[in-house]
Design a protein around this ligand. Structure first.
Ligand code: XMP
Length: 517
């Protein structure tokens, strides 16, 4: 079995980043919520090291989370981070109290002593930048530990018991604002836990294929293809694992970009030889959307119609035992996080979450452990073309939410598609596609007066949008050179009948959102 690290989650917003740093060090890891871990699950998992994450609770409260039984006596190295350090100290005979010296943000760690965690990274006497976020702090360390680093607000900012290979840090080494943090995690997993660091995407692919075969047996699997990266990777991976036991269903809602549906069909059916049902349901979707202008209503109609069509197709092929989904790691964490998800719904993003329960199918989710860029690496490993794995995200409701505040018609969709294709082509030609998170045209519900060839025009205005982002949660507009914007505007106005004005959207998120509705 490959070396693995168990990360026990106490609900920190940075737990995913810990997993990420461990994988970057070439070591496989999994995050398990603290309240799902028992001595048996630790044994079964067989970790070479355990990391205790941060979390929002306070160890000083009686009902706060504790390090699960079986962790300390499992005999492998342990690294406690922030809340993880505090819980470890409290449970091993130290003390924690609520502090007046709360530390949030950048802080400096005075290195007091050498230890394996700092090996080759920090020297005694160094003053190193770290990132803190804590109210409570350790006030007495457990027997066997010594202080290896201090900060102004935390006299026990880094502690170590080298004989038991237990380490605690008050700061968050997993965030980029602790510039040497990745090296500390690398030290922990390699030098302290002895992990080989040989985890690769090729190894993951083989493991994932075996796991799918084991889960599915001789059962039948259905997979909804959207044309996006995640579902494409799932489809190809499953096809390698179980061949014709897989059927993919592409529900074409008629709201895709120029040429996209044809690409999906030719790539999966012709090139990968995957059994693919292509249901062109554009009449049905556009019929249901007729006269609708409210964004949430549009999303609901599209989501519900998608489920109806998908279910009908599943029945036609005689049903299936499993539904394959491209759920990623951040989605998993969001749904199991014991602190709950976001409190306000800004947009009810359409997804197929309602399907499995309604169709009574078990889920196959081979990407559950991966981050987006790892999914892309897996896609390349599986032979998916670069244009597919490097694709920008595209929203489930498609172009319907890029024709804001107005009725969606085939005519408007055609105008939007033509403008969008020109814009994306220019972005690719300029070599900017990969520097941008998402780029698209929005057809505005306003007609403006123009003059072309001595004649008056009265046509639509459009907005072009391009943003940079790492996760879609926050975003900034892309600073195109004016000359590039001018070229795109000229081409759209000259080549797309129906648009006579182009504007550039320079709103960041927040306060805007990426899509216009
Ligand atoms: P917003 O507009 O909320 O978008 O800033 C964040 C990311 O989500 C995409 N998006 C959607 N994806 N269904 C989806 O599957 C939706 O209803 C939806 N709305 C927005 C958006 O394209 C961006 O990547």
């Amino acid at each position: 079995m490959t070396d693995r690290i168990l990360i026990i989650d106490f609900g920190s917003q940075f737990t995913q980043l810990i997993a990420r740093r461990v994988r970057e060090a070439g070591v496989y890891s999994e995050i398990h919520p603290f309240n799902k871990v028992t001595a048996e699950t630790v044994k079964e998992f067989g970790p070479k090291g355990i990391i205790l994450s941060g979390g929002p609770a306070s160890v000083t409260e009686a009902a706060s989370p504790r390090v699960p039984a079986g962790v300390f006596d499992h005999g492998v190295p342990i690294l406690g981070v922030c809340y993880g350090q505090q819980a470890m100290c409290a449970q091993l005979g130290g003390a924690v109290s609520t502090s007046d010296h709360r530390e949030f943000g950048r802080s400096f760690l005075q290195v007091e002593k050498n230890c394996a965690l700092f090996d080759g990274v920090w020297q005694v006497g160094g003053r190193e930048q770290v990132w803190m976020s804590h109210g409570d702090r350790v006030t007495a360390i457990p027997p066997g530990f010594s202080v290896v680093g201090q900060s102004e607000g935390a006299p026990f900012a880094a502690i170590a018991d080298e004989s038991r290979k237990m380490y605690g840090i008050q700061f968050h080494a997993e965030v980029v604002h602790t510039p040497d943090g990745a090296k500390l995690y690398s030290n922990f997993v390699h030098k302290i836990c002895g992990c080989a660091g040989d985890w690769t995407m090729a190894a993951f692919k083989e493991q994932a294929i075996q796991a799918v075969r084991q889960q599915v047996g001789s059962g039948r699997v259905i997979c909804g293809l959207s044309g996006g990266v995640d579902s494409s990777v799932v489809a190809v991976l499953l096809h390698e694992a179980i061949g014709d036991q897989l059927t993919c269903v592409y529900v074409d809602h008629g709201l895709m970009r120029a040429g996209e549906s044809e690409q999906v069909v030719s790539l999966f059916r012709d090139r990968f030889n995957i059994k693919l049902v292509h249901n062109d349901a554009s009449d049905l979707f556009l019929g249901k959307l007729a006269g609708k202008t409210d964004p949430e209503e549009k999303r609901k109609i599209i989501g519900a119609t998608f489920i109806d069509v998908f279910e009908a197709e599943a029945k036609k092929i005689g049903g299936a035992d499993f539904l394959a989904q491209g759920t990623l790691y951040p989605d998993v964490i969001e749904s199991v996080s014991f602190t709950g998800g976001p409190s306000v719904t800004i947009k009810s993003h359409h997804n197929v979450g309602g399907l499995p329960a309604r169709m009574n199918m078990k889920l196959v989710e081979p990407l559950r452990e991966l981050f987006k860029d790892e999914v892309r690496a897996l896609g390349r490993e599986l032979g998916l073309p670069d244009e597919m794995v490097g694709r920008h995200p595209f929203p489930g409701p498609g172009l319907a939410i890029r024709i804001p505040g107005q009725e969606i018609t085939r005519e408007k969709l055609d105008i939007l598609r033509a403008a969008d294709a020109i814009y994306l082509q220019e972005i690719r030609n300029a070599g900017l596609y990969d520097a941008i998170w998402q780029a698209f045209v929005v057809l505005l519900p306003v007609r403006t007066v123009g003059v072309m060839g001595d004649g008056r025009t009265y046509d639509y205005a459009c907005a072009i949008r391009a943003v940079t982002s790492t996760d879609g949660m926050t975003a900034d507009f892309y600073p195109f050179p004016h000359e590039f914007l001018g070229r795109v505007a000229t081409r759209i106005i000259n080549e797309v009948r129906g648009i006579n004005r182009v504007t550039y959207d320079i709103t960041s998120k927040p306060p805007g959102t990426i899509e216009w509705e």
